[in-house]
Design a protein around this ligand. Sequence first.
Ligand SMILES: Cc1cc2nc3c(=O)[nH]c(=O)nc-3n(C[C@H](O)[C@H](O)[C@H](O)COP(=O)(O)OP(=O)(O)OC[C@H]3O[C@@H](n4cnc5c(N)ncnc54)[C@H](O)[C@@H]3O)c2cc1C
Length: 298
Amino acid sequence: MDYKENFEIKSLTSFKIGGTIARIYFPENVEEFIQAIEKEPDAFVAGNLSNVLVSSDGYDGAVILTKKMDNIDFDGNKVIAGAGVRGTKLSKLALENDLSGLEFMIAFPGSVGGEVFMNAGAHGQMIADVLKSAKVYCPQTGIITLSNSDMEFSYRTSICQRKPYSVLEAEFELTETSQDKIQEKMNENLSFRQNKQPSLTLPNCGSTFRNPEGDSAGRLLDEAGVKGLKIGGAHVWENHANFIINDGNATSLDILELMYEMYSRVKEKFNVELKPEVRYLGGKNEKEAELCKILYQK
Ligand SMILES: Cc1cc2nc3c(=O)[nH]c(=O)nc-3n(C[C@H](O)[C@H](O)[C@H](O)COP(=O)(O)OP(=O)(O)OC[C@H]3O[C@@H](n4cnc5c(N)ncnc54)[C@H](O)[C@@H]3O)c2cc1C
């Protein structure tokens, strides 16, 4: 299996931030994944690192990246995709197969595993709408198959965030539709993204904070006046207050300090404590640990 020590991860993250990872595994299939996780039961499992802030000081533990678990198998209106399949690739293949349901994944930087873990969604569609079942690895029982209802999906969450489950592959049930209709929906989604979200040429990690119930984090942040705020090499995007951009040389500490400032301004103005959507991987930097205690409340 592809395995590396002291691996520089920065270029693989959508934030273009992150230091040295002590041990990293790149399994190509389920068997290799099991080998890696049995060897490293505490490994951090990730996909395309489009929603993880990796500390610039690195991480002393192990990471398993599913990027190479990219098998895709269409059967009628169903498709089984490996955890590492890029959402955008899957949505294009669904289009070619006249299948609707994955249009929201177009231009989406996540992998299937990360999207199932997060119940990712956009433009009124989400994983929970189309997932039939997921094959997951559980340390106690090995590989199990969970149905849609077993996944306990709700806004940006699934059972995988509450139990030590790693997503190995997912089966989606789609709807036969003409390519014209699917393409039209994708075009709408693409134009929305171009106007409302930074492209990956501006290194970012998607939405910084989750929407609080019944409200929008972007609205609260905007009214709290954070657009354009800058700390070190990072700033809050001028077009949408819930995105942080790495200007090129930002460190993870810059990002966390900016997140803290955004969180504090919203708390002061609205008495709402925003919760980060972006995950953090680190632990070696004391200042970062202090900020994470407040932001992640653990
Ligand atoms: C420009 C941009 C736009 C975005 N737009 C959206 C959007 O519209 N909607 C949306 O929901 N999100 C969006 N995101 C956020 C992100 O792409 C999603 O959250 C995506 O689901 C993350 O997938 P990933 O493979 O990159 O996960 P990673 O960043 O690698 O990991 C994210 C979390 O998932 C866990 N994880 C990853 N793979 C697995 C697995 N196989 N098993 C168990 N846990 C796993 C990790 O441990 C981590 O906690 C956007 C991000 C960017 C940069």
